[in-house]
Design a protein around this ligand. Structure first.
Ligand SMILES: NC(=O)c1ccc[n+]([C@@H]2O[C@H](COP(=O)([O-])OP(=O)(O)OC[C@H]3O[C@@H](n4cnc5c(N)ncnc54)[C@H](O)[C@@H]3O)[C@@H](O)[C@H]2O)c1
Ligand SMILES: O=C(O)C(=O)C[C@@H](O)[C@H](O)[C@H](O)COP(=O)(O)O
Ligand SMILES: [Zn+2]
Length: 357
């Protein structure tokens, strides 16, 4: 088993990575008391709910099965979790268990932050993206029609249990979406990891278990390092948003459905890389290198044809990083060195969007 700790003082927690951890009797020990509510969705429940419930026999356990998809990551769906918790008389001693991808994880975490002003929760991520990113770091929340993740809270889990065996059932498009966030860590902070990813890209695409476990560990280590430094995004944590200002605009414009989060981030990172090379910060060859890795994973390189640059700009004006009315973008000062800047001319931003198109 691989293990690391996200170091946040008294709110520190372990992140465990190994095959078949869901069937392990160890993870329920992170739950204080014998009351729990498992939140999952209609796709994941038939695959993994039984294994989880088998570990909780004799407990007071409720189950909430959410509809599947990013389009359901909203307040209306969130309320169904509260309905169930109240109907089943759950108290402040109840622990919520997020069994699923980032959508289930973000909503369960936010429900835990709100229910009776806060109950514990644990993360059992089942997508690559949720293993390497969303289950770690305590960003929880839901979307609003006018913007992505606009309603939420910073709220940390008790532990993150990554059962790598669950990746065997993940559809290829979802797997690739996760790889986009994996590449992000190399781009923003870890050139040796980026080189390693490029060297092992075929093996990763073939889902070699050892390579995957290594990539998940390295991603979690990178994320944990940044979050431990700046839990509530006062500064450095914003680098984890590389590509997201453009990506969130795509997701919002397309109604949280046709583009997966990781796909939108892939295209967004390519725009950010192009802008960084236009500014003379990274070599043109690095933009090509990233495009090639994305393409080999079948990730989209071009923004939606119907999205004009002006639509990007108006949606990006609501980005959470906007300060004093000024757009702040995460760009690459060098490969492996992300910076947050508000000093890029609008014309250059438009040019990068058009160039990638
Ligand atoms: N909180 C954070 O820090 C953070 C970080 C990155 C992304 N996110 C959020 O995460 C979400 C995206 O997460 P995601 O990519 O996991 O998407 P997702 O949760 O929608 O899961 C992707 C799809 O895979 C299915 N699935 C999940 N596990 C499976 C498995 N093992 N086998 C078969 N099918 C499985 C799901 O039912 C879904 O259809 C977005 O809402 C994004 O905003 C949050
Ligand atoms: O953990 C973070 O911080 C991130 O930015 C990780 C991102 O991959 C993730 O998509 C996050 O949900 C985006 O956060 P937001 O604050 O821009 O909504
Ligand atoms: Zn993301």
């Amino acid at each position: 088993m691989r293990e690391l700790t996200l170091d946040l003082g008294e709110r520190s927690y372990p992140i465990r990575i190994a095959p078949n951890l869901l069937s392990d009797n160890d993870w329920p020990s992170f739950i204080k008391g014998k009351q729990a509510c498992v939140v999952t969705n209609e796709t994941i429940a038939p695959l993994y709910l039984e294994a989880v419930l088998a570990r909780l026999q004799g407990w007071q356990v409720s189950v909430v099965v959410l509809p599947d998809g990013e389009s359901h990551k909203n307040l209306e769906t969130l309320n169904t979790i509260f309905d169930q918790l109240l109907e089943d008389n759950h108290t402040r001693k109840t622990t919520l268990i997020a069994l699923g991808g980032g959508v289930v994880g973000d909503m369960t975490g936010f429900a835990a932050a709100c229910y009776q002003r806060g109950v514990p929760f644990i993360q059992l991520p089942t997508t690559l993206l949720s293993m390497v990113d969303s289950s770690v770091g305590g960003k929880t929340g839901v979307n609003h029609a006018l913007g992505k993740n606009m309603i939420g809270a910073f709220y940390q889990p008790e532990c993150v249990i990554i059962d790598t065996e669950t990746l065997t059932t993940l559809p290829p498009r979802e797997f690739s979406a996760g790889l986009a966030e994996v590449l992000k860590y190399g781009l923003i902070a870890d050139v040796p990891f980026y080189d390693w990813l490029e060297a092992n890209w075929d093996g990763l695409l073939a889902r070699d278990p050892e390579l995957l476990a290594e990539a998940i560990l390295c991603s979690c280590e990178n994320k944990a390092r940044v979050v431990a430094e700046d839990e509530r995004e006062g500064g450095r944590r914003a680098i984890l948003n590389l590509g997201h200002t453009f990506g969130h605009a795509i997701e919002t414009a397309t109604g949280y459905g046709s583009w997966l989060h990781g796909e939108a981030v892939a295209t967004g990172m390519l725009i950010a890389a192009k802008l960084s090379s236009d500014l003379g910060w990274i070599a043109d060859a690095e933009v090509e290198r990233l495009a090639s890795l994305l393409q080999r994973a079948d990730l989209p390189l071009n923004p939606p044809a119907e999205m004009a640059a002006e639509q990007f700009l108006s949606l990006m004006a609501r980005d959470k990083k906007v300060l004093d009315g000024r757009l702040r973008l995460v760009l690459l000062k060098a490969l492996g060195e992300a910076v947050v800047t508000d000093e890029v001319e609008q014309a250059k931003v438009i040019a990068a969007i058009e160039a990638v198109r």
